[in-house]
Design a protein around this ligand. Sequence first.
Ligand code: C2E
Ligand code: CA
Ligand code: CA
Length: 244
Amino acid sequence: AYQPQMELSTGHVAGIEALLRWRHPDLGIVPPDSFIPIAEETGLIVPLGEWVLATACRQAVAWQQEGHPQLRIAVNVSARQFRQKNLGLRIETILADTGLDPVLLELELTESAVMENPEEAILTLRQLKKMGVTLSIDDFGTGYSSLSHLKHFPIDRLKIDRSFVKHVTRDQNDATIAEAIIALAHSMKLTVVAEGIEHGEQLEFMSQRRCDTMQGYYLSRPVTADEFGEFLKKLGEVEGKGHT
Ligand code: C2E
Ligand code: CA
Ligand code: CA
C-alpha cells in the first residue's frame, strides 16, 4: 500500500511511503505488525524486504512514465536487512534493474537498527548516502538514540513517531517532545516528518512549528497503487487549475 506525504510549506505531495500488506486467502488483509516481527525472527524479512524495495521502485518508475511528477518513494528497512553485509550492493542492483533514480528512493531505518552497532552502521549509511538515496530515522523518539552517534550519521530526516503526534494538541508533554524533535532536527540540518496526522489541529500545530512534512489519514490512508494513481490524477487537476 502507498501513503502520500505533503510538504507543509507548499502543500505539494512530495513523497510516498510503501507499506507492506499480506492478502491472505482466509484471513483477508493481514497488517504488517502481525507478521513482520515473525519474518524478522525467521530471516524471511530479507527476501520479503527486497521484494518490497523492488516493487516500490518499479511502481515509482511506472507513475513517472504515466506523466506524474517525480515523487520520492520511502521504503521501510528492517534491522535485520540493515545488518546485511551486502545491503548497498543489493539496493544498487534493484535501482539498476528498475531504472529508478537513486535520489527518488528514501530508506526508513529505525533507531534501534542504526544504534545496534553504530560503527558498522555509519559505514553502511555512508555507502548508501554516496549512492544518492535519502536516509530517514523512523519512529524517532521511541527507541534509544545516542545523540553523539546521531550527529555523525549521514542522515537526512527524522520522522516524529505517531505516539507523540496523537495527543500533541492536548498533552503538554507530547507537545514539548514534538517541538524538541523539530528543533533538534533543524539544528542538525535535517528535515522532519510528522506521522499519524489525523486532524486539522495536529496539522496546524506542526505547520506553526515549521515541521517540514506531514503524513497521515488527514491527507490520505495508505491506498493501493491504482488508487494512488487516481489520487495523483486528481491532484494534478487541482494543481493545474491553481496555476491558471
Ligand atoms: P511505520 O513505518 O511507522 O508506518 C506507519 C504506520 O502508521 C502504518 O501502519 C500506517 O498505515 C499507519 N498510519 C499512517 N497514518 C496514520 C494515521 O493518521 N493514523 C493512524 N492511526 N495510523 C496511521 P502499517 O501499514 O500497519 O505498518 C505498521 C508498521 O509495520 C510500520 O510502521 C513499519 O514499522 C512496519 N512495516 C510496514 N511495511 C513494512 C515493510 O515493507 N518492511 C518493514 N521492515 N517494515 C514494514
Ligand atoms: Ca515507516
Ligand atoms: Ca513510523
